[in-house]
Design a binder for this molecule. Structure first.
Ligand code: GRF
Length: 203
């Protein structure tokens, strides 16, 4: 019933998952010294670094990553600020049990710098998305989304902070659904058994 979290940075989503009671049994970072490794260590969660720089190809890195994940035998693999593009083979290997949180309302603003791009585009709603990972970057079936307003005086940092608060609520909720066997994937669409809302709106 456990979850392995892959990350590259500060680890605030990892912390939110753990504090919400999601059973995280291992953390893997592709960056040595990532803040998320210290968060894991402080909670006694086994954490390791597999540095992509040590591998000659994406395929070799992903193979090492998969071997480490499989050693932990998780039910679910959760990307939480994992800043590496995974190979199609990796996505396929974990199809249906690999999820990500992305800081935009997908399919808008895939990729990086989502908050600055949302402000530049003049959108009035922004937010975050939890989705299954497929071979196409930031395009897998959407599990849940949370929207926040974009204010006239927002900077990328103020908007990021507003979105991050929602990430910390949305991700544990979505992973709990998965672990409880409540997510149904049909024709590329995700629904929750029991009909829980999959859309959230923050003021
Ligand atoms: C979050 O905004 C997440 O949506 C994105 O990367 C950021 C990671 O933040 N994929 P943290 O490391 O969880 O604090």
């Amino acid at each position: 019933m456990s979850v392995v979290v892959l990350l590259s940075g500060r680890g605030s989503n990892l912390r939110a998952l753990v504090e919400a009671g999601i059973p995280v049994s291992g953390v893997i970072s592709n960056v040595a010294g990532a803040g998320g490794l210290a968060i894991a260590a402080a909670r006694g969660i086994p954490a390791q670094t597999i540095a992509h720089r040590d591998f000659a190809s994406r395929e070799a890195f992903d193979a090492a990553l998969a071997a480490a994940i499989d050693g932990l035998a998780p039910k679910l693999v959760a990307l939480a600020g994992f800043m590496r593009i995974l190979t199609p083979g990796f996505a396929q290997r974990y199809a249906g049990r690999l999820v990500n949180i992305h800081p935009s309302l997908l399919p808008s603003f895939t990729g990086l710098d989502t908050h600055a791009r949302a402000i530049a585009a003049g959108v009035k709603l922004h937010g975050c998305t939890v989705h299954f990972v497929t071979a196409e970057l930031d395009h897998g079936p959407i599990i849940a989304q949370a929207a926040v307003p974009v204010r006239g005086d927002d900077t990328p940092d103020t908007l990021a902070a507003r979105v991050l608060r929602e990430e910390h609520a949305l991700y544990p909720r979505a992973l709990r659904w998965f672990l409880d066997g409540r997510l149904v994937l049909e024709n590329g669409q995700v629904r929750v058994k029991g009909g829980d809302a999959q859309a959230f709106f923050a003021a």
